[in-house]
Design a protein around this ligand. Structure first.
Ligand SMILES: [Mg+2]
Length: 374
């Protein structure tokens, strides 16, 4: 079986509420730009993969760039190859466009989906088999001006069965401390609290904030400082007991190695878009484990296709993983999904899809509705 074509489907999907984080650019967003690709074969089967055009520290992706890299550069390299030549294909893509991880993410995940469809098995089987029967997940609450709105959102998620709540911080430290107090007072010890500053602070204000947040028992505080300030993060980590996490700082295995060597954090949040799909994210998980770091499975706001990729990776992972919130977008953040049957989420858990490949079937009507290049 040979690859005959890569089809790109750029989409703009609306959020239910503006999605506000402490990112220096695009602080408040009304939509996510996401890209679905189909890798077609000469026998009629195709595999699907997803990546996002996300802009913040560490990523400057736009849909037209992703489409151009995939269509103009990757497609000619891949045509005629077997879908099972994933190592060679990913190596060629990396060599052609150095560290084009967002574009490569869609390619690799679509190849895994295609391999699963050819062999008639779920992707987790291709990755070594199932190590857990479901994936525990939490949720993430973006910043709203009114703390009451954040708490109401969290409350609704708690009622759905989520017990791990990550709140966005990093725009106004005083407000962050107030929110921590409100959340801890409201939920008591019924939830695990974590926070994410999206690289919004500098060292002095981050240290002051961390010291104050120590009273509220966070199990993880993520990316307080700009992505390049690993020395600052390592210094913060030496001053507090709260476990610190990196996200924006880690794109490639080399960047994770820098974090490990500098002891800048004890947790890494991965994202299949940011980190190059299942193919490269699994390498990061191996490296994180070797470096004695904890793994937090995350994602940019992503449809069920991207969420399924993380689910298969997590299902097949033999080691410990933290309760991540990679599915957040498809359970109360995005206004729509683009598959016929979204991932099944209940009681803070995701069922592992048992269909062939990623186990997701695209809803072609939705694709037409949200497509932005036609
Ligand atoms: Mg983050």
């Amino acid at each position: 079986m040979k690859i005959t074509k890569i089809e790109t489907i750029p989409l703009r999907l609306p959020f239910l509420d503006p999605f506000t984080i402490a990112s220096p650019s695009d602080r408040s967003r009304d939509y996510v730009d996401t890209l679905i690709i189909k890798i077609h074969t000469d026998e009629g089967l195709f595999g699907i993969g997803e990546t996002q055009a996300w802009r913040r520290q560490g990523s400057g992706e736009h849909l037209p760039n992703l489409v151009k890299i995939i269509k103009d550069i990757f497609e000619p390299l891949i045509l005629g190859k077997s879908p099972f030549q994933i190592n060679q294909i990913m190596g060629m893509c990396e060599a052609a466009v150095y560290h084009s991880l967002y574009a490569q993410a869609a390619i690799g995940d679509a190849l895994y989906d295609l391999q699963g469809k050819i062999l008639g098995m779920p992707v987790y089987q291709l990755l070594g088999g199932k190590c857990r029967d479901h994936i525990d997940v939490g949720i993430c609450v973006p910043i709203f001006k009114d703390s009451k709105i954040m708490l109401d959102k969290a409350d609704a998620f708690f009622d759905k069965g989520y017990k791990h709540i990550r709140i966005k911080i990093g725009i106004d430290p005083e407000e962050d401390v107030r929110n921590a107090e409100i959340f801890r007072k409201h939920f008591g010890d019924k939830v695990t609290l974590r926070a994410d500053a999206n690289a919004g602070l500098h060292y002095t204000e981050a240290l002051r904030l961390l010291k104050k947040l120590e009273d509220y028992d966070f199990d993880m505080i993520e990316q307080l400082l700009p992505l390049w300030d690993l020395e600052g993060m390592a210094d913060l980590a030496r001053h507090v007991c709260t476990p610190l996490s990196v996200d924006e700082s880690v794109s490639t295995p080399e960047s994770l190695l820098d974090v490990i060597k500098s002891r800048a954090a004890s947790i890494v949040q991965t994202k299949t878009g940011k980190n190059g799909g299942i193919f490269y994210t699994r390498k990061l998980w191996d490296l994180a484990t070797t470096g004695c770091m904890s793994i937090f499975p995350g994602n940019h706001p992503t449809t069920s296709v991207g969420c399924a990729a993380v689910t298969h990776l997590a299902a097949s992972w033999p080691g410990h993983i933290m309760v991540g919130d990679y599915q957040n977008a498809i359970d109360g953040v995005l206004a729509t999904d683009i598959v016929k049957e979204p991932l099944h989420i209940h009681d803070g858990m995701i069922d592992i899809p048992e269909g062939d490949g990623l186990g997701m079937e695209l809803d072609e009507d939705k694709l037409k509705l949200y497509r932005v290049d036609e």
